[in-house]
Design a binder for this molecule. Structure first.
Ligand SMILES: CC(C)(COP(=O)(O)OP(=O)(O)OC[C@H]1O[C@@H](n2cnc3c(N)ncnc32)[C@H](O)[C@@H]1OP(=O)(O)O)[C@@H](O)C(=O)NCCC(=O)NCCS
Length: 161
């Protein structure tokens, strides 16, 4: 499902070998084996027994403070634009908030993620792992956020993407 979603996407991580699955597939596999994997923030959308969407949150850092890195987010191509992605986003943000997490960061299209409360990270003096990401690196603060700022770093597997 991840491969199908990202094969059709405007932007996706390069495959490890020509013609292979988009890099997001290997990223999810690597995250599962990493200490940053947060099973409580790996959520699927189902239709009966069929998985039609998946969102992942993993342990990230804002300076020395824990944060959540969001992604990949994927919805089956044939089920897109029917609210599945929005449902997954609301669910993961609600779960992260209930778990006491304070801030979520992601790289993505601002016109999609603004509706979930994401703003350019620079508004909170949060620096992207890669400065060239500009306004595409966004954060969403949660209830316990107390104004932390600094460099955002994802779980290690993201470095290979
Ligand atoms: C992005 C994605 C998760 C959205 O899921 P979805 O279930 O189709 O989204 P929803 O039905 O909740 O929302 C649809 C809305 O999002 C918009 N949208 C979807 N993808 C978008 C994008 N890349 N940029 C801007 N808007 C986007 C649609 O135009 C639609 O807008 P509308 O509500 O104003 O009509 C899905 O399209 C997907 O899996 N894409 C391929 C993988 C991908 O790009 N993932 C995100 C990587 S950061």
């Amino acid at each position: 499902m991840t491969a199908a979603a990202f094969r059709d996407a405007d932007y996706s991580a390069p495959p490890a070998e020509p013609g292979g699955d988009p890099g997001e597939v290997a990223l999810i596999d690597s995250l599962r084996d990493d200490s940053g994997w947060m099973p409580e923030l790996s959520l699927v959308a189902v239709d009966g027994e069929l998985i039609v969407g998946h969102v992942v949150g993993s342990r990230a850092w804002l300076g020395d403070s824990p944060a959540v890195g969001l992604g990949p987010l994927s919805v089956s191509p044939e089920r897109q634009k029917a609210g599945v992605g929005s449902a997954l986003m609301h669910a993961i943000l609600g779960a992260a908030d209930a778990l006491g997490e304070s801030i979520v960061g992601l790289l993505g299209e601002p016109s999609y993620y603004a509706r979930f409360g994401f703003v350019p990270a620079a508004l909170h003096d949060v620096k992207a792992p890669d400065i060239s990401w500009g306004e595409y690196f966004q954060v969403r603060t949660l209830t316990t956020y107390g104004g932390a700022a600094g460099l955002f770093s994802y779980a290690a597997p993201f470095e290979a993407v």
